[in-house]
Design a binder for this molecule. Structure first.
Ligand SMILES: Cc1ncc(COP(=O)(O)O)c(C=O)c1O
Length: 429
């Protein structure tokens, strides 16, 4: 069945025809049949160069043989028994070794669950319900992180979030002075931020600024959480905190953490994490901070993660992915100059973003950077997709260790054609 027919059928079975609201695209989503390396093929056999890479989870490339073998091997022994097992220990030891903030690790079933747990731990440890987060930073879809998810807007990005929950969430810009002034309020006990800057660095967060935010939080004595769900294992084996030497109290991880399978985790200081200990502190009774979840640290996921960890720990995977993203950014900027289009390709690590209308982002707010006209964003994404290149979201993309200079060259040709087409259609006033 073709994508358009599948989409019609899906609308009768799934709300909006999708399982994640960002997967919808007009007139219909693409339906992927298989993937390998940095490429994927839809049900009509059309091939795409992939810069979404499983929403940033597949830094090793699709279907890496070490992961596939580990999953097959584990599946032949036990899919899931809801018991303790050897690999969860090995997996946590990898995290504790690689992440400077990690003395203990607890696994969850998704990234959103990781930020939900980290916020619960922050509240429990500080004894304070109020949490401060940074305007526009994304931490998943649960009630405690919906206010502020859209930059420049205090309204939660969903109906159904109780005002009583949103009232406990304070917002400020990624600015040390603004943070210092917000933290004058002694009722705030926890600060959470996206280690890359909003939306995987679409709104960049320079290292000296991250350091200054960290220092302000330290001075205020709050629990500081870095959300490294994107930056973890990508910006460096030990995430941004290891790369730049800026260490939080708690860290949330997912995506690459799990070898690209579903799941997540929180790691951090032992005195905070041990609030979840019921073996010693409460003689097997409920721990002070409760954390359950049927599929936490499940053996299938742990097997994939344990296979991924040695590959991720050397830094070679990240270096290859970074080089490919740098090629992409440089090529895009050359094309923009060549075609006389005002715009900028930018980004850190193995990520690239695109802004139209300016060649530097100095002094721009998160709301401005994320405020490109919808028609421009759609024309860009559709233009690339129609030329066989799939992007992550908005104007951003990610590379993996499986991208090659040849694939980047091909993608840059699609970019050149898309830009020329958009310019000819008057999309760059
Ligand atoms: C920085 C960040 N935090 C949290 C999440 C939520 O993770 P999940 O989608 O696994 O719930 C994401 C997902 O994209 C993310 O990028």
């Amino acid at each position: 069945m073709e994508s358009s027919q599948l989409s019609e059928r899906a609308r009768g079975a799934l709300p909006g025809g999708v399982s994640h609201e960002l997967r919808y695209r007009a007139p219909h989503p693409i339906y992927i049949d298989r993937a390998l390396g940095a490429e994927k093929w839809d049900v009509e056999g059309r091939r795409y160069i992939d810069f979404k890479m499983g929403s940033a989870s597949q830094i090793l490339g699709h279907n890496h043989p070490a992961i596939v073998d580990a999953v097959k091997e584990q599946a032949s022994r036990a899919l899931f028994t809801a018991d303790c097992h050897r690999q969860e220990i090995e997996w946590a030891e990898w995290v504790n070794q690689l992440y400077p903030s990690a003395e203990r690790t607890r696994f969850t079933a998704s990234g959103s669950e990781a930020t939900m747990l980290a916020i619960r731990l922050g509240r429990a440890f500080s004894g304070k319900d109020r949490v401060l987060r940074i305007d526009g930073h994304y931490h998943g879809w649960h009630d405690h992180v919906m206010k502020g998810a859209k930059p420049g807007n205090e309204q939660p990005t969903s109906l159904g979030v109780p005002a009583a929950v949103s009232d406990l969430i304070d917002l400020c810009d990624a600015d040390p002075q603004a943070l210092a002034s917000a933290l004058q309020d002694a009722d705030i006990g926890t600060v959470i931020l996206e280690a890359s800057g909003a939306n995987y660095g679409c709104v960049p967060l320079a290292t000296d600024r991250l350091q200054a935010l960290h220092d302000v939080a330290r001075d205020a004595g709050v629990v500081l959480i870095f959300d490294e769900i994107i930056t973890g294992f990508r910006w460096a084996p030990g995430g941004r905190q290891a790369r730049d030497g800026i260490v939080p109290d708690l860290t949330t991880l997912a995506k690459v953490l799990t070898g690209g399978l579903p799941g997540g985790g929180v790691c951090g200081r032992a005195d905070i994490m041990e609030l979840m200990n019921n073996a010693e502190s409460r003689e097997g009774l409920s721990p002070p901070v409760s954390h359950k979840g049927t599929f936490n640290g499940s053996p299938l996921i742990a097997a994939a993660a344990c296979a991924a960890m040695p590959l991720l720990a050397t830094g070679e995977v990240q270096r290859r992915a970074n080089d490919m993203a740098a090629l992409m950014r440089d090529g895009m900027n050359e094309t923009l100059v060549e075609l006389d289009i005002e715009g900028l390709a930018y980004g850190d690590s193995s990520i690239f973003h695109l802004y139209f209308g300016r060649r530097d982002l100095q002094g721009m707010s998160a709301a401005e950077i994320r405020g490109l006209p919808a028609a421009q964003v759609k024309a860009y994404r559709d233009g690339m997709l129609s030329r066989g290149v799939d992007m992550m979201a908005y104007t951003s993309g990610l590379t993996s260790a499986a991208h090659t200079p040849e694939l980047i060259g091909e993608a840059l040709e699609a970019f050149r054609q898309t830009m020329a087409d958009m310019r000819d259609k008057g999309l760059f006033p």
